[in-house]
Design a protein around this ligand. Structure first.
Ligand code: HEM
Length: 468
């Protein structure tokens, strides 16, 4: 599922992330279906299910997927990785607990306590990981470190609503700001910059530094624009607009790098197009052109899902689970489903779009089923993207297993019985069977480990068709 040679900690994070992505998109598709067939809600409270869906998406999918990528970039010593394997299990179990607690009780004492456990787990990860990223390549190091700093900011901001409550503050603007000061650093900072790190690790990119700096500068001020309640002074709206402009400009630069990368595959093309649209919308909002719309729930949900399903999820799926970009059929289905869901939401929230769609025969009653069908199609396609198109032949799997073992310093059992397996070479080169050494004085175990480790270091696709 993940790259050959992935450490156990990395794989554990990815395994939990995949499981909880399935729970997130399954719940999302169910929620969309409830709009069409309310009886499907069963004994549950709709609002609680929405909380369960959003929390498991952020805590259980995006967070462990990014943590696994950070561990990969940090290249930790094996003895230090073990601690992170335990952390990955703790994070996974806490995410499952959040799913159940939010679904059954919404924001009650149990779910607040579990959220506090999550914040503690973020600190437990981020502090050692920020240090461990030292040897990582420069772009990954900068993006992932900035991403983790914003995670700590978001985690600390979760204290704000409690502090305001304890001090008896009842100002609606301050109360909403307390929530946005968690959400914006988490989504635009931690997740957004983490996605940049994951994608730039794959494609390089000339504009990585400006994109990173603009995004970092824009995250916190943009939180002021997302508050619907009127601010105490109009200057704060100006701060919010400036933040949104910086965020949008950073996103557009990132999108330009992704779309301009050498031969981007279908997944990267989707990520680039969605990032360009998202960045463009943030620039439009910064100019004050969307004031009437930007707090409408349908529009907010369309923007949010454009971000999490158009940019974040495909980028993380590619970085964490796939060696090759591809699967154009599944990407097309996902893009179509997402366009259907977001388009229907825009039609429901923006009167002009609603009238245009109605003129095309798509009235309000048709938009809900379209959103539901789009959501279900996206959910299926996203899960397929985790695996579709990966090499499945016995030889390829055996070779991946061997390389993984060698990276851990253990010679694979089957290699003692066989000659060294065909080497994986960088993309585009043919694989060559190494000449058998005539008389090497090194003991067989060391000889094997040395040759295999040097081959395992040449990272690149290993497809069955490349085998000699
Ligand atoms: C195909 C997949 C998905 C579908 C069909 C879907 C559907 C939905 C639906 C129906 C809602 C509630 C709408 C309402 O209250 O009117 C929602 C809210 C939300 N979703 Fe998704 N979703 C999907 C994937 C995701 C993912 C992957 C994430 C995060 C990583 C996510 C994060 C959220 C958030 C943050 C909210 C808003 C919660 C709130 O306002 O309290 N969704 N989604």
């Amino acid at each position: 599922m993940s790259e050959p040679g992935a450490s156990r900690a990395e794989r554990t994070y990815f395994l939990w992330a995949a499981l909880l992505l399935a729970a997130t998109v399954g719940l999302g598709a169910w929620l969309r279906a409830i709009f069409v067939w309310p009886a499907l809600k069963g004994p549950f409270v709709f609002g609680y299910l929405v909380h369960a869906h959003s929390h498991v998406g952020f805590f259980g999918w995006a967070t462990p997927a990014l943590f696994g990528l950070v561990i990969r970039a940090a290249r930790l010593r094996p003895d230090r990785r073990q601690r992170f394997t335990r952390h990955a299990h703790a994070l996974g179990v806490a995410s499952l607990a959040a799913l159940v607690a939010f679904a059954l009780g919404g924001y009650d004492a149990a779910s607040i306590a579990i959220s506090a456990v999550h914040v503690a787990l973020w600190w437990a990860f981020a502090l050692p990981a920020i240090r461990a990223l030292g040897p990582a390549p420069a772009v990954e190091r900068r993006c992932f470190r900035a991403s983790l700093v914003f995670l700590l900011v978001a985690g600390t901001a979760t204290l704000l609503p409690g502090i305001l409550l304890a001090r008896g503050v009842d100002d609606p603007w301050l109360k909403e700001l307390g929530v946005k000061l968690f959400l914006t650093p988490f989504v635009a900072g931690f997740v957004g910059l983490g996605v940049m790190g994951a994608v730039y690790a794959r494609i390089g990119g000339r504009r990585a530094m400006p994109a990173l700096v603009l995004t970092c500068l824009g995250v916190l001020p943009s939180a002021f624009l997302f508050v619907a309640a009127p601010p105490p002074t109009p200057a704060l709206l100006g701060v919010g607009r400036a933040g949104s402009l910086l965020l949008g400009a950073g996103g557009v630069l990132f999108a330009a790098d992704v779309l301009g990368a050498a031969a981007p595959g279908a997944i990267l093309r989707l990520v680039g197009a969605a990032a360009a649209l998202k960045g463009g919308l943030e620039v439009v909002a910064s100019l004050g052109l969307a004031d009437a719309l930007m707090h409408d729930r349908s529009i907010v949900l369309a923007y949010l899902h454009l971000t999490v399903l158009g940019v974040v999820t495909p980028a993380l799926a590619l970085a964490a689970f796939r060696r090759r970009d591809g699967a154009p059929g599944w990407v097309a289905l996902h893009a179509l489903g997402l366009a259907g869901m977001c388009g229907a939401l825009v039609g429901l929230g923006w009167p002009l779009a609603g009238r245009l769609l109605a003129a095309l025969g798509l009235g309000v009653t048709t938009l809900f089923p379209i959103a539901a069908a789009g959501g279900a199609a996206s959910a299926v396609a996203v899960l397929a993207l985790l695996r579709a198109g990966e090499p499945r032949s016995g030889g390829a799997r055996r070779r991946e297993r061997c390389i993984a073992l060698v990276r851990r310093g253990e010679p694979p059992a089957e290699a003692r019985r066989r000659r060294p397996w065909p080497a994986a070479e960088p993309t585009g080169q043919r694989l060559a069977r190494p000449p058998r050494p005539a008389a090497d004085p090194t003991p067989p175990r060391d000889r094997f480990t040395r040759a295999a480790a040097s081959r395992a270091d040449s990272r690149g696709p290993t497809t069955p068709s490349e085998a000699p």
